[in-house]
Design a protein around this ligand. Structure first.
Ligand code: COA
Length: 161
């Protein structure tokens, strides 16, 4: 049976391998172990027994704004609904905590469209989103596509970005 649960320290090596195997194929950005450990509370995983089937992370960025990132399903379990369920679990947690806008930067526009995300111009996202871009190997030549999903009209606090 497939279960979805928060990631633990003992999952880090498997998450690191899954993400970076895809990164080597150019399908997603690489993640250092350090970044996974520091953001471990962001991650949920799909497992069957002790076997990692997929992972995804929800990273809070600003007032009611969160990024879906590091989403990956192992090659042998793709196209069986796990990716969508990971997104749904992350969204549920985000909504419970008050998130009203989710965004993602991706090379997989078709998948996020299926998850009811809407493509948007990158410069429409708040500047706060770009804080980590200097650490990206692609910087400053970003070719990811931005997608957003809002649960209600997104209205951040009066603090300016
Ligand atoms: C993208 C990824 C996470 C999708 O996970 P998945 O478990 O295979 O996707 P699901 O089975 O939940 O698919 C949900 C729907 O999206 C569709 N879909 C899945 N991947 C797609 C893609 N790359 N392009 C277009 N549609 C896609 C499925 O056909 C399905 O459609 P349906 O509801 O009409 O049947 C997975 O393919 C993956 O790990 N890819 C490599 C890493 C990667 O690119 N990660 C994204 C980083 S942003």
């Amino acid at each position: 049976m497939i279960t979805f649960r928060p990631a633990k320290f003992s999952d880090v090596e498997n998450i690191h391998k899954l993400l970076n195997d895809y990164a080597k194929e150019g399908l997603m950005l690489p993640r250092a172990r350090n970044a996974i450990y520091e953001n471990l509370r962001d991650y949920i995983i799909a497992v069957e027994g002790n076997h990692l089937l997929g992972c995804g992370a929800l990273h809070f960025v600003w007032d009611r704004l969160a990024e879906i990132r590091s989403l990956a399903v192992s090659p042998e379990h793709k196209c069986s609904g796990i990716g969508r369920q990971l997104v749904q679990h992350l969204e549920k947690e985000g909504i419970e905590r008050g998130v009203t806008m989710f965004f993602t930067l991706t090379y997989q526009p078709g998948f996020f469209a299926k998850c009811d995300y809407i493509e948007t111009a990158k410069d429409k996202l708040p500047q706060k989103v770009w804080k980590e871009c200097v650490y990206c190997p692609q910087y400053p030549y970003c070719n990811e596509i931005a997608f957003v999903k809002t649960t209600v009209d997104y209205e951040p606090s009066h603090v300016k970005f």
